[in-house]
Design a protein around this ligand. Sequence first.
Ligand SMILES: NC(=O)c1ccc[n+]([C@@H]2O[C@H](COP(=O)([O-])OP(=O)(O)OC[C@H]3O[C@@H](n4cnc5c(N)ncnc54)[C@H](O)[C@@H]3O)[C@@H](O)[C@H]2O)c1
Length: 257
Amino acid sequence: MVKVAIVGVGFMGKMHLGVYTDKLENVEVAAICDINKDALNIENLQAGGNIKTEGTSIDLSGVKKYNDYKEMLKDGGFDFVDICLPTYLHADAAIDAFNAGYHVFCEKPLAISVKDAERVTEKAKETGNLFSVGQCLRYWPAYTEVKRLIDSGKFGRVKYAEFARFSVTPTWTWNNWILDGKRSGNAALDLHIHDSDMVLFLFGKPKSVKSSGVQDKDGSFSHISTLYRYDDKVVTSTGGWICSDSFGFNMRALYIL
Ligand SMILES: NC(=O)c1ccc[n+]([C@@H]2O[C@H](COP(=O)([O-])OP(=O)(O)OC[C@H]3O[C@@H](n4cnc5c(N)ncnc54)[C@H](O)[C@@H]3O)[C@@H](O)[C@H]2O)c1
């Protein structure tokens, strides 16, 4: 049995909590932490955000609860830390967890800046602890099937690929951090990273990329389209969260030719 401590039990933290308690037999949730006391009073696992799920009741009587993750790291009683904090807090929390001797699973995006991402990966290497980032599409059945088909060569080599991801504007986050480009990277980092990572996963590193998008007042992008340059194929992706409330959420590997 592997024991986990979750930091940040908002939309994604609750989703992870549900997966550990409902779906995975070899993981036990030892502790949860959230700066917001109300967020720790979880009686059912109704996920919010842009993924609606039915609420199932949950018993957290054996789970330790904290408001300060540093205190939680000191107390211990788990093997790895699952970071579901707002993006701008990922790097420091991951480094603190590594320094305290734990393995780390961190929600995407790994960090708010390249500099922060490098601080984390350097610390992971230095400690030798396990580290993984929740680029969930790499494990998503529809996308892993696309990967399997491409790698098999069954339909020949790919000449063109197009990915898309559209969402309502996210209004559900703590302190509205996600709509502040400085704290979230806006849709260009938060949402588009899924398809950019999938492009890397399927086709390797492109020679260059070119993006343009819809800018918010703070200069960050709430919708973005990218052309990934390869010698032997054309790859594009587009996505953002400027859709109206009735739209919901939609993601696709649209065409792979
Ligand atoms: N894999 C995916 O498809 C996916 C989907 C949504 C969000 N995410 C990622 O998950 C992360 C969290 O997003 P979210 O939508 O759950 O945000 P959220 O605002 O719903 O949840 C964040 C939680 O962190 C808590 N928090 C803030 N500062 C804290 C601190 N110092 N210590 C402890 N708790 C603190 C907040 O109270 C809140 O409950 C983001 O990086 C986001 O990009 C990934």
